[in-house]
Design a protein around this ligand. Structure first.
Ligand SMILES: [Fe+2]
Ligand SMILES: [Fe+2]
Length: 233
């Protein structure tokens, strides 16, 4: 049986160089009234894409209880961020390109990761396996990034917490590993390979966010992590 805490620790270690940069961007976004509602709307959009992708990879007649629960919780995360985006804006907001930050890169984050998995498993891939791996890899990033964001939200006293969301994301991580193991599909080699791809897409997304924001307040240090690939410890 896989040790999830060990994998989380390994993920954290291999992403340590992205932590300050990420925190700096999140702090900048959360402290800026012009941008914070756009940011939460973008997170809502990403959660919505995630939940849509769960639906798209399931056949209606085989969707099981853990998948429905997962779908329900990811939709709930989209609702949570949407609620606070609208509260902070003081008005309703949809997912138009003008009210999102770097939406094309947000879509590319999921689309390219999924394409990498389809490429790995082949054209006749079992979509359940792809769904489980996609969710697993995205959950590692979600737990990591939302822990950083949680501190920024608290520091800026934005009036909500990510406690419940974080507990659910952690639960999804556990569930994906358990289900991949049950299907005899879990492979740490694959996890490492997909972590490496995901990391590049994450950096690309964060770069796009900085670019759209004009980079000034969010300028990172010159030793940019763009070119660093994940290397197993
Ligand atoms: Fe989520
Ligand atoms: Fe999740």
């Amino acid at each position: 049986m896989t040790e999830i805490p060990r994998l989380i620790e390994e993920f954290n270690r291999s992403n340590e160089d992205l932590r300050d940069w990420t925190g700096q961007i999140f702090r900048g976004l959360c402290s800026d009234a012009e941008h914070r509602w756009l940011f939460f709307n973008t997170l809502s959009y990403m959660e919505h894409i995630g939940s849509y992708k769960i639906m798209a990879t399931q056949l209606a007649n085989v969707i099981d209880y853990p998948t429905l629960k997962h779908l329900n919780e990811e939709t709930g995360h989209a609702v949570l961020f949407k609620r606070h985006a609208e509260r902070l804006k003081g008005a309703g907001v949809d997912y138009s390109e003008t009210v999102l930050i770097a939406p094309a890169s947000a879509r590319a984050y999921f689309g390219r990761l999924e394409a990498a998995m389809v490429g790995e498993f082949g054209r006749h891939a079992n979509y359940r396996t792809i769904y489980l791996y996609m969710s697993l890899i995205v959950e590692f990033r979600a737990v990591w990034a939302y822990q950083i964001l949680e501190r920024c939200i608290a520091a800026e006293q934005l009036g909500f917490s990510l406690d419940k969301l974080l507990a659910e994301e952690q639960g999804h991580l556990n569930s994906m590993v358990r289900r991949l193991n049950d299907d005899e599909q879990f492979s740490e080699i694959r996890v490492h390979q997909f972590w490496s791809r995901e990391r590049k897409l994450y950096v690309r997304l964060m770069n796009a966010i900085e670019k759209q924001l004009g980079c000034k307040a969010y300028k990172r240090a010159s030793n940019h992590p763009d070119s660093l690939a994940y290397s197993p410890a």
